[in-house]
Design a protein around this ligand. Structure first.
Ligand code: CDV
Length: 318
């Protein structure tokens, strides 16, 4: 029997700085209800889904930054999402800013969790590839201060088993936004046998250090997720926070990618929208067992030798 997971890419349109968590959660609940009527087992929400994308601003006072962070999950504001998972029978993947006391100090991570149909958190991931910069750079039209506001995630890229009902168990992984541009993300999960990778993102159309990439923002978004899916024989679900948020245009382009690398579901607007696809987890097998049979065809000893012997090619000597 095929293992079909019906997944919803639950894209969110812009969130204003003045919007409350409760207002955002209401929008997310509407998407979960829509997902339920479309037979979804699981929805994926964007990165930092509960607030506006705050790293676009430089804040001097820690309390202004911490106002965007969650100290508990669930919290009174987010509990309705967990209740909906149970009552609707729709799991979810949620990105949020996590403030946690660990090792006797406060730590801040850009985090995602996966919640099952019982409303239980089954896995947690903390973003590893933090883009942007750590110091205020006033020349930019907007900031990207993830390197200032977050620590690098300390949980690795763990693949995990999750069960979304009878015949709906599989191996999942999570990644967050910039992680999707890095082949290591997919390969580390691929080596653990991942069958579906859940990714939320906030991607401005404009890239201040390299504006020549702006016109390619959709192409690059699709390129990395399609390649990551195919090269690791896995489903990839990439979900945007989209549209003009506080004056910054963000790409939408939320997509669901099959292990073949083909896009099988996509959002077409830059607002709140659900794209749905029926994903057969067993479709991963024909890639994992043939072209990308890692045990048979990967040559890690050779890769290591090249890195150890040569490293980067040295500069040319004149
Ligand atoms: N939130 C992100 O990680 N955004 C990056 C931007 C800075 C390019 C991204 O890779 O989409």
């Amino acid at each position: 029997m095929p293992r079909i997971i019906t997944v919803g890419a639950a894209q969110l349109g812009p969130i204003a700085r003045s919007d409350s968590r409760a207002q955002v959660v209401e929008r997310m609940l509407a998407l979960m209800r829509d997902a339920r009527s479309n037979g979804c087992d699981l929805v994926v929400f964007p990165e930092l889904a509960l607030t506006t994308f705050f790293p676009r601003w430089y804040f001097e006072h820690q309390q202004d930054i911490d106002a965007f962070f969650e100290r508990a999950m669930p919290s009174p504001d987010t509990q309705p999402l967990f209740d909906a998972a149970r009552t609707l029978g729709v799991g979810f993947c949620l990105g949020y800013a996590e403030l946690v006391e660990e090792g006797g100090r406060l730590r801040r991570f850009n985090t995602a969790i996966t919640v099952d149909k019982q409303g239980a958190i089954v896995a947690r991931y903390r973003k590893i590839h933090l883009p942007g910069h750590a110091e205020h750079e006033p020349w930019r039209r907007f900031q990207h201060l993830e390197k200032r506001y977050f620590e690098v995630g300390n949980l690795g890229f763990p693949a995990f088993r999750a069960n979304f009902g009878e015949g709906k168990a599989g191996i999942f992984g999570m990644a967050i936004c910039n992680d999707r541009r890095w082949s290591e993300t997919y390969r580390v999960l691929g080596l653990q046998g991942v069958e579906m990778i859940l990714i939320g993102y906030n991607t401005p159309v404009h890239n201040p250090p390299a504006p020549e990439h702006d016109a390619l923002s959709h192409f690059h978004n699709e390129l990395v997720m399609q390649a990551g899916a195919y090269q690791n024989g896995t489903w990839v679900v990439g979900v945007a926070k989209a549209g003009n948020e506080e004056g910054v245009e963000q790409i939408g382009n939320s997509i669901i990618v099959a292990p073949s690398g083909e896009i099988v579901g996509a959002c077409t607007t830059t607002g709140d929208e659900l794209a749905v696809a029926r994903c057969d987890l067993d479709l991963t097998a024909s890639y994992k067992n043939t072209t990308f049979n890692f045990a048979r065809h990967r040559e890690p000893a050779q890769y290591r030798m090249i890195v150890e012997r040569k490293g980067a090619v040295p500069p040319a000597q004149d």
